[in-house]
Design a protein around this ligand. Structure first.
Ligand SMILES: Nc1nc(=O)c2c([nH]1)NC[C@@H]1CN(c3ccc(C(=O)N[C@@H](CCC(=O)O)C(=O)O)cc3)C=[N+]21
Length: 297
């Protein structure tokens, strides 16, 4: 038996096309063009590639893309001043400050400086609180995209046992809130959880967001479960040539896909959904800030 492979890349492409349709309509009917500002501090090559992809897809969706690349030596005060300018800029509907920030910058302070109405990452405490108390907030992109993929295989999640492995503010905690709102029985597991394999084996929906390559083994997966692999780990791949790397998830995919009912691959699973959901949230911010109706694209 082999589980259904959930094609996140294809789903994300469809979502981006629907978003582009809405953006075109906003322009036609209201003369409005959504804008997304991305702030990148430092020279990390992986981050630069990622920011370039985001900018490309933003423009392809018909939105304006504003890129701010700052040196790693940028002070916290300078960064806060830039955020204040973007908050005040009417052409900017969404602000994303790429994480991680250099150690001399207090990342939480910077995130809290972003106008919650423009916080397309959903990391501001106001949005975290709104998501936790039943909606209206901007939802973090990776959990939002993960939930869309889960619901693409099963519409009604009520009563299912969901296990989220990982408790980060960016993925684990908001993912747990979204699954709770879908009436799942949610367990959040982490590095101190006792009998992690046993806890995972109870899951009808298993979300892996730990950042450890291929940690979740095939025999940790309940037969028929929906498995969402959020991990993006670069590991050495000598079989591809000297010094080469490849991407693997937090799930041992070959083993797990033989047991799961449906599973996301890495790459091509959750990753592409994260960027599509960033555009989703930018469209949502644009509509809400202007008092225009927003329906999920
Ligand atoms: N404020 C903030 N918000 C973020 O959302 C954020 C961030 N900081 N910092 C960095 C991480 C990383 N991240 C990724 C999103 C998509 C892919 C993605 O599309 N991955 C492709 C593979 C790309 C490849 O081949 O390298 C895939 O999984 O198929 C990867 C990584 C968002 N992040």
């Amino acid at each position: 038996m082999t589980g259904t492979i959930i094609d996140g890349k294809a789903f994300a492409e469809g979502l981006r096309q629907r978003i582009a349709g809405r953006v075109a309509e906003l322009g036609r009917v209201h003369g409005v063009q959504p804008g997304l500002a991305v702030v990148l501090v430092g020279e990390d090559p992986a981050s630069q590639v990622y920011v370039r992809n985001k900018a490309k897809q933003t423009v392809e969706a018909g939105m304006r893309s504003f890129e701010h690349r700052l040196p790693a030596t940028t002070s916290e005060a300078e960064l806060l001043a830039l955020v204040a300018r973007l908050n005040a800029d009417e052409a900017v509907d969404g602000i994303l400050v790429q994480l991680p920030l250099p150690p001399h910058v207090n990342a939480q302070k910077v995130l809290e400086a972003i106008d919650p109405a423009k916080d397309v990452d959903g990391f501001h405490p106001v949005n975290v609180g709104r998501v936790a108390t039943g909606g209206g907030g901007l939802v973090p992109c990776t959990p939002l995209g993960s939930l869309m993929l889960i619901k693409s295989v099963r519409r009604d999640l009520a009563g299912l046992d969901a296990v989220v492995v990982g408790r980060s503010n960016i993925v684990g905690k908001p993912m747990a809130q979204l699954l709770l709102a879908e009436s799942c029985t949610v367990t959040v597991a982490h590095s101190r959880t006792r009998d992690l394999p046993g806890v995972c084996r109870r899951a009808d929906v298993l979300v892996a967001a730990v950042g450890r390559p291929q940690m979740i083994k095939g025999d940790w997966v309940k037969p028929g479960a929906i498995v969402i692999d959020v991990g993006i780990n670069r590991v050495p791949a000598p079989e591809l040539g000297e010094g080469k790397n490849r991407l693997v998830g937090d799930v041992a995919y070959a083993e797990a896909s033989a047991v799961a009912g449906a599973i996301t691959p890495v790459p091509g699973g959750v990753g592409p959904m994260t960027i599509a959901c960033l555009l989703h949230n930018t469209l949502e911010s644009c509509c809400r800030r202007r008092g225009l109706p927003f329906a999920a694209p």
